[in-house]
Design a protein around this ligand. Structure first.
Ligand code: HEC
Length: 246
């Protein structure tokens, strides 16, 4: 049976179900009023009749919702001129949660100029999140410390520049966001894997990595300075990512 026929059949079933008097007991003269009687009977009869009709209607004229006349998604329809049952979205429709009107947050730019500073406040939580995301999505190539010698590079991929070179230290915060959003040269973009908020978290963490190589010793806590001096003095001691050499 064609879709149209099916719909027609469903439609007439529905119509039959809705026609008054099509089901339930109907008086020979077509009325549902009770014969005249005592005052009490006059009052009770219509109520009883209504109850019976309702009960019978409920049992005999069920219109299941799963049989309702309807069009399935992407089905052909002759109702609309373009024959599409699924209607295109009204122009300008925005899915909930996708209103990206904060251009700086979603592009890292004002017009075409990259923003110098992060548009979100930098907190410890943001840095921790950034470190986690960086280690997952960037370190395979850029290495955990951003030197550009990750495992994939060691296995033959083009080596990216170290994040610690002067050129990248001088870049705007928006630049890192932009590279992640649109890719750069041989590097693919990470817009599908890393959400905008996380791209900013990673940007903050890359900044922290860069800063970690340039901290003046005087700005370290006594404890950190002692640890650092201890490491520098001990031959063969492991050098972490926060060592002072370039
Ligand atoms: C699969 C390897 C790979 C991954 C993963 C990767 N990158 Fe890259 N990245 C590269 C390569 C290769 C280049 C150099 C591209 C070129 O010069 O053609 C690069 C370049 C860069 C640059 C420097 C652009 C410049 O001006 O020289 C930045 C910044 C950068 N990546 C950030 C990131 C961040 C942040 C992540 C994590 C979200 C990431 N990359 C993930 C391979 C990768």
């Amino acid at each position: 049976m064609s879709t149209e026929k099916r719909l027609e059949a469903r439609g007439s079933r529905l119509a039959a179900g809705l026609r008054p008097g099509a089901c339930g007991p109907v008086q020979p003269d077509g009325s549902r009023r009770a014969a005249p009687g005592s005052r009490l009977r006059t009052r009770v009869w219509p109520a009883l009749a209504l109850l019976a009709v309702t009960a019978l209607a409920g049992a005999g004229c069920r219109q299941d919702m799963h049989q309702a006349p309807r069009l399935d998604p992407l089905e052909q329809s002759d109702f609309h001129a373009d024959q599409r049952a699924s209607r295109p979205l009204v122009e300008g429709t925005v899915a909930r949660g996708f209103l990206r009107d904060d251009k700086i947050f979603y592009t890292g730019k004002v017009g075409t100029a990259l923003v110098a500073d992060m548009p979100v406040p930098v907190s410890r939580e943001l840095l921790v999140r950034g470190q986690e995301r960086f280690d997952i999505y960037c370190s395979p190539c850029h290495g955990r410390t951003g030197d550009g010698n990750g495992m994939i590079v060691q296995r033959g991929l083009k080596q990216p520049p170290s994040f610690h070179v002067e050129r990248l230290r001088a870049e705007a915060d928006g630049y890192f966001f932009d590279v992640m959003t649109n890719g750069f040269g041989a590097m693919q973009d990470y817009s599908a894997q890393v959400a905008p908020a996380d791209r900013w978290a990673i940007t903050a963490y890359v900044r922290a990595l860069q800063y970690s190589r340039r901290v003046e010793a005087a700005r370290l806590s006594d404890e950190d300075r002692r640890t650092l001096e201890g490491q520098a003095g001990a031959p063969g001691a492991p050098h972490g990512g926060s060592s002072t050499h370039e």
